[in-house]
Design a protein around this ligand. Structure first.
Ligand SMILES: Cc1cc2nc3c(=O)[nH]c(=O)nc-3n(C[C@H](O)[C@H](O)[C@H](O)COP(=O)(O)OP(=O)(O)OC[C@H]3O[C@@H](n4cnc5c(N)ncnc54)[C@H](O)[C@@H]3O)c2cc1C
Length: 430
């Protein structure tokens, strides 16, 4: 990144939306800066197992986009960095203040040899594996991360000096500090995506207490070919589960937890995970408890029918409560949505919560961005210009404006790029 360069576009968030928007804008000859708060670009998609409805490998699709973004002559990327503030300078320009967090590694010298990681004696919880595995206190965030620079966990490092001694380029810097700098930009794209509803949003599921109630993203990692165990095991005892339950709407369509809307992807990702599980554990019984299945996209209904044909049980029921027995098996109190049925108790080895999608960002860097009633960025002209926000020169792409699956995110990002290019042409970029 060049400090005195004026960027045409600042894209905030390097998920699939941010990367696609940046690539389309960069291909049109404009200079783009992507700022990503995580140590690698890729967003949530890089941690998924496979994608519905094609069951293509998620990282096989995401990695080429990550590589294309990082090698693009018109795109600069700042990872492990956050936008502190964006100020309008005049009618056509903004100034952004960015903070680059310390990795405690001199990036310009690092050759990604992983020697530091090999010798580090401290193991810490692996965030990329959603807490299901461990990694070293200095490590590259995941195998196909871009960039391939390690990050040292300041709070867990014991300062033994092993990494500094092992580094052939002498690039461990324990005293590195956050760097703050300003860049001039002509437009902004918000691609900050989503977070999933917290595990304890529905207290009656005791998800933070019972080890065998896992999140949907943990299930993605267990199903990923390069996941933490290489197998689908339940966390409490490493047993291969025989009976797995999915609870739909475990964080959406529920006024009581403040998420009354449908998150659009949970039915489909639960069906996808169930199908992958059926392939991995052919003898396991898999049940999806649902309110109604929303298979709305191209080929999605067929995907749902295929899952039923594979023997996955779909039970129209609300799960009122989860308790566990002494072996950490889970007892679900279910209320079937059928006339005359009585509440029932059923036992499963493992439960996956289909949580919903909520906005990742509440405070938009000092910009007075209008939000919709659910806290996503409001689409000012939803039908004809969905990426326009209430602020001139500020656009939105991907899930930052509301829940979407990957195909819709890609289409939305392309539309956003066109809107930005149109805007930049009108403001006469030289
Ligand atoms: C369990 C699960 C399984 C799924 N499976 C599928 C599937 O099979 N098929 C499918 O089509 N869809 C699936 N989805 C949906 C899919 O994940 C989304 O459609 C897609 O990831 C949206 O991309 P995005 O770039 O908008 O958001 P994200 O992937 O959330 O990317 C946003 C990026 O912005 C960064 N960011 C956030 N805030 C800031 C900030 N302040 N500064 C800088 N950077 C920031 C984040 O770190 C992140 O990298 C699934 C979702 C879940 C939860």
């Amino acid at each position: 990144m060049q400090s005195n360069k004026i960027y045409d576009v600042l894209v905030i968030g390097g998920g699939i939306a941010g990367m696609q928007t940046a690539l389309d804008i960069g291909d049109s000859g404009f200079n783009v800066l992507i700022v990503e708060k995580q140590p690698s670009i890729g967003g949530k998609m890089i941690s998924l197992s496979k994608v519905f409805p094609t069951l293509d490998c998620a990282s096989c699709i995401t990695t080429p986009k990550m590589a294309a973004s990082s090698h693009h002559p018109r795109i600069d990327i700042l990872t492990y960095s956050e936008v502190k503030e964006i100020k309008r300078v005049d009618d056509e320009n903004f100034e952004a203040t960015i903070i680059k967090k310390p990795r405690f590694v001199i990036e310009s010298e690092c050759i990604s040899c992983k020697k530091c990681e090999e010798v580090c004696p401290v193991y810490i919880t692996d965030d990329f594996e959603q807490g299901l595995g461990v990694k070293k206190a200095i490590s590259i965030p995941f195998t196909n991360a871009i960039p391939q620079f390690p990050v040292l966990d300041e709070t867990k490092c014991i300062r033994c000096g092993a990494c500094a001694r092992a580094c052939p380029k002498d690039c461990i810097d324990y005293l590195q500090k956050p760097q703050e700098f300003k860049v001039k930009i002509k437009s902004v794209v918000i691609s900050t995506g989503y977070e999933i509803t917290p595990m304890d949003a529905k207290k009656e599921y005791n998800a933070k207490i019972f080890p065998n109630v896992i999140s949907s993203v943990q299930a993605e990692r267990l199903l990923a070919p390069h996941g933490p165990y290489g197998k689908f095991l339940r966390p409490s005892d490493g047993k291969i589960p025989d009976s797995i339950a999915y609870i739909q709407c475990a964080g959406s369509r529920d006024e009581s937890i403040g998420v009354p809307y449908c998150s659009r992807v949970c039915c489909m990702y639960a069906i996808k995970q169930a199908m992958l599980l059926a392939g991995m554990l052919p003898l396991a019984e898999i049940t999806i408890y649902y309110m109604d299945i929303r298979a709305f996209g191209k080929g999605y209904e067929q995907f749902y029918n295929q899952a039923k044909a594979m023997g996955i049980n779909f039970v129209k029921a609300k799960v009122a409560k989860i308790t566990e027995d002494e072996e950490h098996n889970l007892i679900l109190r279910i209320d079937r949505q059928e006339e005359g049925s009585k509440p029932q108790e059923v036992k499963h080895d493992l439960v996956v919560l289909s949580q919903g999608l909520i906005p990742a960002v509440k405070n938009f860097f000092g910009l007075e961005i209008e939000l919709n009633k659910y806290g996503f960025v409001n689409q000012k002209e939803k039908t004809f210009a969905p990426s326009k926000t209430n602020i001139k020169g500020v656009f939105v792409s991907g899930v930052a404006s509301g829940p979407k699956d990957i195909p819709d995110t890609i289409v939305d990002s392309g539309a956003c790029a066109l809107e930005v290019i149109n805007y930049l042409k009108n403001v006469k970029v030289e």
